[in-house]
Design a binder for this molecule. Structure first.
Ligand code: PNS
Length: 160
């Protein structure tokens, strides 16, 4: 049986923590679909297409990784793609409540769809897309926190 995992998120922008998790997921699944939600209530900094292309470059050559975007419910995207596993990153206790609620709701909506939580590398536990956006917005360095193409895209966006 082929195990397909979906790693969903806003990825606005993708960080080193995200790309690390994509590679870790390959140990648990045959195929990983990195799925950008396009129906976020948040006003995104980057378009879905910009985020998709940044993710492709940041993840690099990985034949078992696919990239896609979806609107609507995550469980419907998983159903359409034959996925049986959702991957989410868990950085700190503060992430837990939201993640737990989502996992339970997704299980309610699609019994049999499992959620697995993976932890990022120790030196990325403080890393989030929103902090990266804020640091870049005010001219701080995001080197080492995101792939160079993401750092360049942030610099271009905030130079405007
Ligand atoms: O990176 P984020 O913003 O924390 O990702 C949140 C995401 C995209 C996983 C979540 O908002 C989501 O699944 N959205 C799709 C709509 C949906 O299925 N909502 C119910 C989730 S229980």
């Amino acid at each position: 049986m082929t195990r397909i995992a979906v790693y969903p998120g806003s990825f606005d922008p993708p960080t080193r923590g995200h790309t690390d998790l994509v590679h870790r997921t390959l140990a648990l699944a045959d195929t990983v679909i990195v799925a950008i939600t396009s129906n976020s209530t948040k006003e995104p900094l980057f378009s879905v297409d910009e985020r998709l292309s940044m993710l492709r470059v940041a993840v690099g050559e990985a034949p078992r990784v696919q990239f896609d975007a979806f609107d609507g419910l995550l469980v419907d995207f998983c159903r359409r793609n034959g996925a049986t596993l959702i991957i989410r990153g868990l950085r700190a206790v503060s992430d837990f409540e939201y993640e737990f609620q989502m996992a339970m709701m997704n299980r309610h909506l699609m019994p049999g769809l499992e959620t697995a939580f993976l932890v990022p590398p120790e030196d990325a536990t403080y890393l989030s897309s929103s902090l990266v956006r804020e640091v870049a917005r005010y001219g701080g360095s995001v080197d080492g926190l995101v792939h160079p193409v993401v750092a360049e895209a942030l610099a271009r966006r905030f130079r405007k």
